[in-house]
Design a protein. Structure first.
Length: 403
């Protein structure tokens, strides 16, 4: 709970020009912490910049050459040491002295002579707060990264996407990503407020064990919620990237369609457990194109059938057939014997974000990604056979040589 590696004690840097004070505080803390000492400001700055840095600094105010205020100002000016909590230890008890220390960035101000229970309680509190702050900072970085990726994806779509539904797509991106990011920002804000309230109680010396336990419980719950929603936002961003059909890494080459089909079915083996798959593809059917794009198309169509065509626990069958379309191209059919697609939904299935199971974690991007890959990457067409019964039947036609 202190931000250090498991099994290691937190490191406290004690800075005081009085050897007796250094000895006293070291003896007080060395049973629970690793203690470093410095007898002047320059030694303190060097020790704070060491790797690994201390987790907290106890800093005397009145020292020769460079006083504690000057040391704190320089610590907060450097990126490597700015986040280290500083607690001032001093015999100066004027309110203006305390205000000056807190304005410089210190987290606490303890008057001498020190009380062992108080100094230990303050150290525990501020180490715990540092863990929460570090967690919030890491989460904020993740949120900002997800937001930046989203912006980059939308910018790419604006330039690359030429579909009439582009406006709907961008609006859908904003709508889908707003929920997890909104929750993450709300939780992060609430955690910050809790940390400030606990710090205020600690500054007044009124912190209770129950306050600390409640804070830790809420922090753990909030951290779990942050992880779930930031992770969800990250997965959505990855899906949006696929919509852009950025297949630069998918090299064009001649490939055997039957081999690609077999590889896809092998990779989907666990998801297909309980379902029967009936593939039919000539062994000598060679295409000149993009096997990676075709593999993603097959994967999405198969998983769409597994997810939507059958009731939970129901075993079904899938049929995958490939052959010549009689016009110099290839016809690929993916069908199932499931419950089929209602007539009122058939005209919308390739639209971005159309789904009947949004609450179950399906944003409605799978068939839209398929449509983009077929039409833009492979230069073909895809339709839903309106006569198929029972189940659904998707018919793809692509040229044997990609454009």
């Amino acid at each position: 709970m202190t931000g250090v590696a498991p099994g290691l004690q937190p490191t406290i840097l004690v800075v005081d020009d009085c050897p007796d004070n250094l000895e006293l505080i070291t003896a007080l803390l060395d049973d629970s912490y690793q203690v470093r000492v410095a007898s002047d400001g320059r030694q303190a700055l060097a020790a704070a910049a060491a790797v690994p840095p201390p987790d907290l600094i106890l800093l005397d105010v009145m020292m020769p050459d460079m006083d504690g205020y000057q040391v704190c100002r320089r610590l907060k000016r450097e990126a490597a040491t700015a986040a280290i909590p500083v607690i001032f230890l001093t015999a100066k008890t004027e309110i203006t002295d305390e205000e000056r220390g807190l304005e410089l960035g210190a987290v606490d101000y303890i008057s001498k002579p020190i009380s062992p229970p108080i100094i230990k309680a303050r150290i525990r509190t501020h180490l715990s707060l540092k863990v929460s702050t570090d967690s919030l900072r890491a989460t904020l970085v993740q949120v900002r990264t997800a937001h930046r990726q989203l912006q980059e994806t939308v910018e790419h779509l604006v330039h690359a996407e030429k579909m009439a539904a582009l406006g709907q797509l961008v609006a859908g991106v904003a709508h889908e990503i707003n929920t997890p990011l909104g929750i993450a920002i709300t939780v992060a804000t609430h955690m910050t407020e809790m940390a400030r309230e606990l710090a205020g109680v600690a500054d007044q010396g009124r912190i209770r064990k129950s306050d600390f336990k409640d804070f830790l419980k809420l922090t753990l719950e909030a951290s779990d919620l942050l992880y779930v929603n930031v992770n969800r936002a990250s997965r959505l961003v990855q899906s949006f990237k696929q919509i852009a059909v950025d297949q630069c890494a998918d090299e064009r080459r001649c490939f055997d369609l039957n081999a690609v089909l077999n590889d896809v079915l092998i990779s989907l083996g666990p998801a297909l457990k309980g379902h029967g798959v009936v593939p039919s593809c000539p062994a000598s059917l060679v295409l000149d194109g993009y096997p990676g794009a075709l593999a993603r198309i097959l994967t999405n169509l198969v998983m769409n059938a597994v997810t939507h065509a059958f009731e939970p626990g129901q075993a079904g069958r899938l049929f995958i057939t490939a052959g010549s379309d009689g016009a110099g191209g290839i016809e690929l059919v993916v069908a199932d014997d499931g419950r089929g697609i209602p007539a009122e939904h058939r005209s919308k299935i390739f639209d971005p974000f159309f789904t009947t199971r949004r609450g179950a974690g399906h944003p409605g991007l799978g068939l839209h990604i398929v449509f983009n890959l077929v039409t833009t990457r492979l230069g073909g067409t895809i339709v839903l056979d309106p006569q198929a019964t029972p189940g659904s039947r998707f018919v793809l036609r692509v040229p044997q040589t990609a454009p």
